[in-house]
Design a protein around this ligand. Structure first.
Ligand code: HEC
Length: 91
C-alpha cells in the first residue's frame, strides 16, 4: 500500500516534470501534492469507514475540526494529524 501510493506519486511527479505543469495548475485536487505523506495517510487511514472526501469540500478550519474528530477513529498520531492537515489544506 505504502509503496504503491508513493510510487504513483513519483510517477505523476515525473510526468509533470517531463510535460510541464500547465495542466496540473488548473486543478488543485489533481495528482500532484507537496505533501505525498499526508496524501498517503489520507488514503490509507481515512478510507476504511467511508469514501474519501474531496479536499475542496471543506475549508481549512472545517478540516481541522474534522481531523480532530476523526483522529481517534483513525488512531492518528499528532504527527500524522499534522501531515494530513498539510495535505488537506494545500493550496
Ligand atoms: C472508524 C471509522 C472512521 C474512520 C477511520 C474515519 N472516519 Fe470519517 N467518519 C466516520 C463516520 C461514522 C462519519 C459520520 C458520517 C458518515 O458516515 O459519513 C464520518 C464522517 C466524516 C466526514 C464528513 C463530515 C461532515 O461534516 O460531513 C469527513 C470529512 C470525514 N469523516 C473525514 C475523515 C478523515 C479525514 C479520516 C482520516 C483521518 C476519517 N474520516 C477516518 C468514520 C470514520
Amino acid at each position: 500500500m505504502t509503496i504503491r501510493w508513493s510510487g504513483l506519486y513519483l510517477l505523476c511527479e515525473m510526468t509533470v516534470m517531463l510535460y510541464g505543469c500547465s495542466s496540473s495548475m488548473e486543478n488543485s485536487s489533481s495528482k500532484t501534492t507537496k505533501f505525498p505523506l499526508g496524501r498517503e495517510l489520507y488514503y490509507s487511514k481515512c478510507s476504511s469507514c467511508h469514501r474519501v472526501y474531496e479536499r475542496e469540500m471543506f475549508k481549512p478550519a472545517e478540516w481541522e475540526k474534522i481531523i480532530n474528530e476523526m483522529a481517534s477513529k483513525a488512531k492518528l498520531t499528532k504527527a500524522e494529524k499534522q501531515n494530513l492537515l498539510n495535505y488537506l489544506n494545500e493550496e
